[in-house]
Design a protein around this ligand. Sequence first.
Ligand SMILES: NC(=O)c1ccc[n+]([C@@H]2O[C@H](COP(=O)([O-])OP(=O)(O)OC[C@H]3O[C@@H](n4cnc5c(N)ncnc54)[C@H](OP(=O)(O)O)[C@@H]3O)[C@@H](O)[C@H]2O)c1
Length: 672
Amino acid sequence: MATETNPIRWGIIGAGGIAKAFLLGLNGSRTGKLVAIGSRNPAKPSLKADFPGARIHDGYEALLADPEVDAVYIATPHPGHAEWAIKAAEAGKHALVEKPIGLSAFEAEAMYDAARKAGTFMGEAFMYRLHPQTQQLIDLVKSGAIGEVRMIKSSFGFAMPKFMPEHRLYANDLGGGGILDVGGYPASMVRLIAGAATGKPFADPVKVLGVAHLGLEGTDEWASAVLKFDSGIIAEISCSVSVQQENVLRILGTTGRIEVKDFWFVSGPRDGQPGTFEIIMRDGSKQTVGGDKRAPLYSFEADAVGDAIRAGRQEFAAPGMSWADSLGNLRVLDKWRADAGLEFNLEKPQKKAVTIRGDKLKAPKRDGIEKREIRGLSQPTSLVAMGFEYFPTFKGASILLDAFYERGGNLFDTAHGYRSGQSEGFFGNWHKSRGVKRDSFVLIGKGIHTPLNYPDQIGKQLTQSLERLKTDYVDVYFMHRDNEEVPVGEFVDALNAELKAGRIKDIYGGSNWSRKRMDQAINYANKHGLVSPGGLSNNFALAEMVKPVWAGCVAASDDEWKAWLKRKKIPDFSWSSQARGFFTDAAGRDKFDNPEIVNSWYSPKNFKRRDRAIKLAQELGKTPIQIALAYVLNQPLEVVPLIGPRSIAELENSLEATAIKLSKEQVKWLEG
Ligand SMILES: NC(=O)c1ccc[n+]([C@@H]2O[C@H](COP(=O)([O-])OP(=O)(O)OC[C@H]3O[C@@H](n4cnc5c(N)ncnc54)[C@H](OP(=O)(O)O)[C@@H]3O)[C@@H](O)[C@H]2O)c1
């Protein structure tokens, strides 16, 4: 156990090149010492020589099981970071993870979630952030030494002696290329300076435009990006593994500029030689600053971790990389890679698919999300349906799909139009790559959105959807928008043909349909001996939608709708069931910079409901947004909330709300 007097006992996972440099830092640190390493090949003779005195464990699991290790330094090639950081947190170990902490912001979210739950420290090892000289640079910028910062230029580019497809810097399967290996340095530095210039620990750009040259491994060998911040600051960043660049950070202000050579070494080499930087004023006068800190570069980060652990903090304090800072940095790299068309093979659907923990998908938890019978559906479904349109990548979506399924979720919401069909493709690849049996999930499909909402499009689009979803049928099908110019019977006929063909298994209905048109559809079906619509997918939430969130969308939250749903015994699959953030802390009465929420949900009646949700949340020890979801689930009607969590933490927050039981009186009281 680490105390103020006992050093923090470190273990290393991935005892390769950088781990040796880190050991140098640990040896010079105030707070820590190396006690053990884990290796896939513990007999490697170099280990004893490179890490003298350290216990050598056979494999990383064995290192994590070592009770005499308090903190681990994870220095495998990038693709191993998420798996071992999550396993470290689960083993109760603090973790300093080499950069990039994850392959994407989606991975990092899941990693921080593991640390959050375990109560352990987790941080990304951008060592230069913890060096006092970086603070000196921040202070200079803040002091206005070069006036107002306008532009920042930064590169980190070196040339490997030759192309080596198997080397981690090139290999696709090892997450190769410059953007992930070194691009994160200039990205994190310009975000740091753009933040300092505006009085914040860091700033996230409002725009990122990236390009890259992809080599024979399909990984980026040289790449550039431009970032625009809302303060007006523009940054140009570049990186490379096949081209030596100038590597001078230039911070350009209205009265002068600051230049730092190799800023990641704080302009001096790793072993602690002091580095300096220059201030060059508009008139050409020069001043050299810095040069007074002599300690191995990695000692500062080791001690920053040590201090955080001793203070019970789970993340680095600024200017170290806090969780929000690392997530912002990875979002820049994600966009840069997306612009460059770089998706690693291991991020694509694979035959031997594993979850982010590196394991096979687990069977659903028996005592996981509650299930219930919904009229018209042939099997019980989880209380909530999972939507994942938000995710632009298969890997990102699959982290949440895995998590939902393992927690007992079996109802999934998709649509032909989500991300132009990409989301359907993600789902098809997800269930196939995980070997999830078709009868163990219930699929909501949607099609015919404006302007293609015509009956003859139903079959055509469903064919495309089923192909992408890699299945022969959807369980539930909704017409995404109505087209009142078309006689309702034509839609009913087309959908009955699909029911008959077995491509829609259980129920069909309208999404964003009016009561009048739903009634007409029901009457038409009854009159012609056809199956009538068995479901609706309109918004239903504690806050009543004031103006449509998107053109043509309809809410079914008011009293007339409630009476109709009850009379017709039709389940409503409610989108935006938590009123899209209206119940979060940010949506205060005064001003809120999200025009969609202001326009669609701000009304005196909704604010009264929100106040009551806040009050009830306090009484029950929950959050208002959880109360908003519980309100939907505790209706005397069948309302199935569609949820769209963006991280495991958000998913778990919603799932926790499914267990809240509200009495009839509480539901009425919330309505006021
Ligand atoms: N902060 C910095 O200044 C800095 C500098 C360089 C690199 N890094 C980061 O540190 C990480 C490691 O880089 P490195 O240059 O130290 O790499 P490296 O020399 O190749 O060492 C990586 C180690 O990870 C283990 N490993 C686990 N899975 C592996 C796999 N599939 N292929 C190869 N090795 C594997 C190996 O140890 P065993 O075989 O013994 O298990 C290996 O010695 C990278 O994420 C990189 O971004 C940071």
